[in-house]
Design a protein around this ligand. Structure first.
Ligand code: CDP
Length: 794
């Protein structure tokens, strides 16, 4: 017998082509908007034109008169059914439809349901809302001012705009370390508000069947089971009578985790009308009202020895939460996993304090391609390290060498409590420096500067805690964070796998089958993967924060192992030996000492339905719920070189080198795709992207003329390298990867521009590092803040 070739059957490590692409590239994807149900009506949302205003009156009479309008819902009507407010994923409340006030421009005020979307839009335009404008608050500084109007006066006991305070670390030990520092390096930064902006906007079809009492909601959610639980609680419907179906999703990036008012209003409309109600958000609606990312200010200091050794860090973060605290994040951590900052460095002590302020801006704070505020953590960390290197006159690579954890330091407990369990940080850094030709570039840089050319090189190293839970520490609204898989092997050896995750473009249909293939030797093409239907998929927390491979992926391996354990019993029966005498090789059991006598996994599957031993339950299937013992800790080094034009401030990227260690790669091609996508988003955040508001709270950039998405034209090329340090606790040694480059990438671009400007004394230009900001910095030799404007009359 020749052993199966794992790569040939599409197992672990095979760059198998994405099976889902067969339908996507042919235009045969099946998205929410492709679903047309008999008798379906359409819903549109009337949004607030003002950022902060009291609602004086709402007159819907003209809308009701339009032929084809079936329902107009106001906040008052929602309130009569106790549905005017809903819980957020951060234990706050959010208005479904405004009753008392509007609190951000674009807030949902009314919905109109009609025979088609155009009539529904006409209906919205016919509604007359009288507002009494209130002063708008557009940044946390204004929000914290003593005389600031209280935005959340709906909340009992809320007397200011603070929505949370949080602290982690050891204040006293940090003070002591700072007292012993040779140098204290300080930095103030703003990570601007950005938006995940998936190609497909949010949307849903609520279909309440008055005959059966069952509610089916087709929707663009990354977390169908959480939505089902939330709908059960908010609408007080029994959970088994709710089915959430998440079909193909055109990108999520965290934007499709929260519960949005449109879903809730659509569900109520369907219940009231007894008809399916479709709501498809438009691009402006998506950009102006759904979950944003970042918007965090940092005031930080680093205590250093003169040789560059970091003694302590102190970080104070202020988040601009918008009108409702709707961050999707584990309950215990009010500012996500910001405290993962410096996890890859040997930093003995530190203190992080954080506070969130309500402002008159859209709510969100979603984990935009990031494990709950890790993007901010890594950006701040790498900007602080770069600034410290500059302050000390130490080379940027050298300061990292002196502080990165060495291989013998794992497992390592960080100053903020994480347990980082594996990595080869120095190997990754050296590989990256070699690949970019660091020393040579530094020499060229000096020569170029003499000729008036500004070249820069930026390094970013990072580790990201991916794969929440474990369930002891991580929960959302009390629901523990674990995940699941269910595998059924049919009689012919073909299989169906379902998980509690939900792919939005990451390729789970391809990679999960590869894990089954690796564990059972069933060709990956023989395994179909289904996700997203709560009636059929096992309970799971969904896909965000790159948790799928660490948690659901692990569950896939575990369930396949359970199935293999039963198949072993079937093999023993078929081979007429005791189970102890049965050995396993990929795809086949054989008799110890007589390898020619064997039974393939397919033969075992057939036996499970046609020839099982006496007393054995028929069938070959199982399920697994996986509660990870720890997060997974991928590591990466990103190095970017740029040239800045001193005349215009425009900067061009010369090269981008990435070294990623995400443990064992299930599908190297998909991993590379994830890294390239992440670097593209990193480049966009560094270079062009932010959501701005004017002093009155008007959103500037609720369209793609202003909010820029990188196209192939301006996106630089990427040179990718890999190091593999298997995860010590994941069943197949994999770590998450989906977000790493988006998380670690921005600092590499930004550090490169600052390195090019090193001789000017400019320490910080906030993102996006727009040419006019660079030009301004070059003119004045001063830092350029990206903080939003303050009202001239305040
Ligand atoms: O949770 P999400 O799917 O967004 O992120 P992920 O778990 O990092 O996985 C992104 C994609 O990369 C999936 O298709 C994974 O199976 C794949 N991947 C891989 O092939 N090898 C890894 N070590 C990590 C992820």
């Amino acid at each position: 017998m020749t052993a199966l070739d794992e790569t040939a059957i599409g197992g672990l490590g095979a760059s198998r082509r994405r099976v889902e692409d067969a339908r996507f590239v042919r235009g045969r994807g099946h998205y929410v908007d492709d679903i047309h149900l008999p008798g379906m009506l359409h819903m549109e949302i009337l949004r607030s034109p003002l950022a902060h205003a009291r609602i004086v009156s709402i007159d819907t009479s003209k809308a009701w008169e339009i032929p084809g309008v079936r329902l107009v819902l106001t906040g008052e009507m929602m309130a009569q059914r106790n549905l005017a407010w809903m819980p957020t994923l951060s234990y706050d409340t959010q208005a479904v439809l405004a009753t008392d006030k509007v609190r951000f421009q674009g807030q949902e005020v009314c919905v109109v349901v009609a025979d088609d979307p155009y009539i529904a839009k006409d209906g919205c335009e016919a509604i007359v809302v009288e507002y009494e404008a209130l002063p708008a608050i557009v940044n946390p500084e204004q929000a914290a001012a003593p005389d600031a109007p209280v935005i959340r006066d709906d909340k009992e006991g809320q007397t200011d705009n603070t929505c949370y305070r949080w602290e982690v670390g050891d204040a006293a030990a940090t003070e002591r370390a700072f007292a012993q520092a040779d140098v204290v390096s300080s930095l103030k930064l703003h990570y601007p508000r950005s938006h995940p902006s998936p190609i497909e906007c949010c949307g849903s079809i609520a279909d309440y069947d008055a005959g059966t009492g069952k509610l089916t909601v087709y929707m663009t959610t990354q977390a169908p089971h959480i939505i089902r639980a939330a709908v059960a609680l908010v609408a007080e419907l029994p959970e088994h009578m709710i089915r959430i179906v998440s079909p193909d999703i055109g990108g999520g990036f965290g934007n499709k985790v929260p519960i949005y008012p449109g879903y809730v209003a659509g569900i109520l409309a369907s219940i009231l009308l007894g008809k399916p109600v479709k709501w498809i958000e438009d691009k402006s609606g998506n950009l102006s009202s759904t979950g944003f990312g970042r918007d965090m200010y940092l005031d930080a200091q680093m205590a250093l020895r003169s040789d560059g050794k970091i003694l302590a860090v102190r970080m104070h973060a202020v988040t601009d939460q918008g009108a409702f605290f709707a961050d999707a994040q584990p309950s215990k951590f009010k500012v996500g996993l910001l405290h993962s900052a410096f996890a890859c460095y040997d930093v003995p002590v530190g203190l992080i304090t954080a506070e969130g302020q309500y402002t008159n801006k859209a709510p969100g704070g979603v984990a935009y391609r990031c494990s709950f505020r890790v993007t901010e953590a890594m950006f701040f960390q790498e900007r602080m390290v770069a600034a410290a290197a500059a302050d000390l006159g130490i080379d940027a690579a050298e300061i990292r060498r002196r502080n990165l954890l060495t291989d013998d330091r794992f497992p390592h407990r960080t100053a903020f409590g994480f347990l980082v369990d594996s990595g080869q940080y120095h190997k990754c850094l050296d590989l990256g420096l070699d690949a970019i030709g660091y020393e040579e570039f530094k020499r060229d840089q000096v020569a170029a500067r003499e000729r008036g050319r500004l070249l820069g090189i930026g390094i970013s190293t990072m580790t990201e805690p991916l794969g929440a839970g474990n369930s002891r520490e991580y929960d959302i609204l009390g629901i523990k964070m674990f995940d699941s898989a269910e595998l059924r092997v049919h009689m012919t050896g073909k299989a169906i796998l379902r998980t509690g995750a939900k792919t939005q473009g990451q390729g789970h249909e391809t990679t999960w089958a590869q894990i089954v293939s690796h564990e059972l030797g069933i060709p990956a093409d023989d395994v179909i993967v289904e996700e997203g239907d709560t009636d059929t998929a096992p309970f799971g927390m969904g896909t965000y924060a790159s948790r799928s491979t660490p948690v659901a992926g692990a569950a896939v391996a575990m369930v396949a192992r359970k199935v293999r354990a039963k198949a072993r019993k079937l093999a023993a029966h078929l081979l007429e030996v005791s189970e102890e005498d049965v050995e396993w090789e990929l795809g086949r059991f054989y008799v110890r000492g007589a390898p020619e006598r064997g039974a393939t996994i397919q033969e075992c599957a057939a036996a499970a339905y046609s020839n099982m031993p006496d007393g054995m339950e028929p069938g070959l299937e199982n399920n697994a719920y996986y509660d990870p013992p720890n997060l997974t800790w991928p590591f990466a080094v990103y190095i970017v070189t740029v040239e800045v034009d001193p005349e215009t401030g425009v900067w061009d990227v010369l090269r981008v080198v990435a070294v990623d260690d995400c443990g064992v790669r299930i599908n190297p091609m998909i991993v590379e795709g994830q890294i390239m996508g992440g670097l593209t988003e990193a480049y966009a955040m560094a270079n062009m992207q932010f959501q701005t508001y004017d002093a009155d709270g008007n959103q500037v950039g609720s369209n793609y003329m202003d909010y820029l998405l990188p196209t192939a034209w301006e996106t630089p090329g990427f040179e990718l390298h890999e190091v593999v340090t298997p995860c010590p606790h994941h069943p197949i040694g994999a770590k998450g990867v989906g977000e790493c480059a988006a998380v670690g990438g921005p600092a590499a671009f930004v550090n490169a521009v600052h390195d090019a400007l090193a001789s000017t004394g400019v320490r910080n230009i906030d993102m996006p590092v727009l040419p006019d900001r660079v030009w301004q910095a070059l003119q004045d030799g001063r830092d350029v803040s990206g903080a939003p404007p303050v009202r001239s009359d305040s």
